[in-house]
Write a protein that binds this ligand. Structure first.
Ligand code: CO8
Length: 257
């Protein structure tokens, strides 16, 4: 179904999941996250899937979580929204994941790319954690996974200013595995996926698990603090103002409370 919010395509043991909300820049609505989680759960149990590639089409990877679904939430609402459970299913997926990024990967879109094991990016793509401009902060691992990938100083600049970095900067900083011309992104991601799919899968699974364990284990406390602070921000006037301003297409008037 071409108008489905998530397109699936299984090619030679590689499952391509294409986010398909182009009119909303692939914003990760609760429905879309749920679909992603469900597809991954099925893929985990399906031996014909060896690698998953996340793609957002030719224009945009994803502009983050869907702000319309978040604007009115309070901390309890964040807790009850169920989206964290969908994210967790993405993080718990047991097979290699590759992000094929064209266009912007912002906020939750950047965090989705960083949830993957490898990132292939087009030369014109951009990465950002712009949540600060909405009165919130990254909440799906951005503060920790970005720092693990590119170091605390560059992360601090991105998280505190909300400004994007180019694909070239992301590549130089170690966030992007392969930087390729725009039209080659999916092809390159699929070539990487094909190589991994040809390796012995028990070894792939266990090697991946060991690498991830080493990295993620050191992030656990930080992720806990990120989760708590992220939720706390939904108790502020600035979060309500920041998100209302985005939806009303105006500049926010923050009051620092
Ligand atoms: N959510 C909802 N709608 C969006 C989003 C979004 N994140 N991004 C874009 N859209 C919509 C716009 O509202 C617009 O809709 P419409 O045409 O109906 O008005 C359409 O997509 C096109 O967007 P723009 O007109 O804004 O396109 P521009 O090219 O002018 O601007 C930008 C592109 C700069 C990317 C701009 O759209 C933007 O700043 N988007 C928001 C980026 C952002 O702040 N992302 C972070 C969101 S918060 C987040 O991701 C937190 C995740 C934490 C998860 C925690 C789990 C528990």
């Amino acid at each position: 179904m071409p108008d489905d919010i998530l397109l699936t395509d299984l090619r030679d043991n590689v499952l391509i999941l294409t986010l398909n909300r182009p009119s909303k820049l692939n914003a990760l609505s609760p429905d879309l996250l749920k679909r992603l989680a469900e597809e991954l759960e099925a893929a985990d149990a399906d031996d014909s899937v060896k690698v998953v590639v996340f793609y957002g089409g030719e224009k945009v990877f994803a502009a983050g979580a869907d702000i319309t679904a978040m604007a009115q939430l309070n901390p309890t609402g964040v807790l009850q929204s169920g989206t964290r459970g969908y994210w967790k299913r993405i993080w718990d997926f047991g097979k290699p994941m590759i992000a094929a990024v064209r266009g912007i990967a912002f906020g939750g879109g950047c965090e989705l790319a960083m949830s993957c094991d490898l990132i292939v990016a087009s030369e014109s793509s951009q990465f950002a954690q712009p949540e600060i401009k909405l009165g919130i902060m990254p909440g799906a691992g951005g503060t920790q996974r970005l720092a693990a990938a590119i170091g605390p100083y560059r992360t601090m600049e991105m998280v505190l200013t909300g400004e994007p970095i180019s694909a070239q900067e992301a590549h130089d900083a170690g966030l992007v595995n392969r930087l390729v011309p725009d039209e080659k992104v999916l092809e390159e991601a699929l070539a990487l996926a094909a190589t991994i799919a040809q390796r012995p899968q028990v070894a792939v699974r266990l090697a991946r698990q060991a690498v991830r364990y080493g990295v993620e284990r050191t992030l656990l406390d930080g992720l806990k603090m990120e989760r708590r602070n992220y939720r706390m921000l939904y108790d502020t006037e600035d979060q309500k103002e920041g998100m209302a301003a985005f939806l009303e297409k105006r500049d926010p008037q923050f009051k620092d409370r």
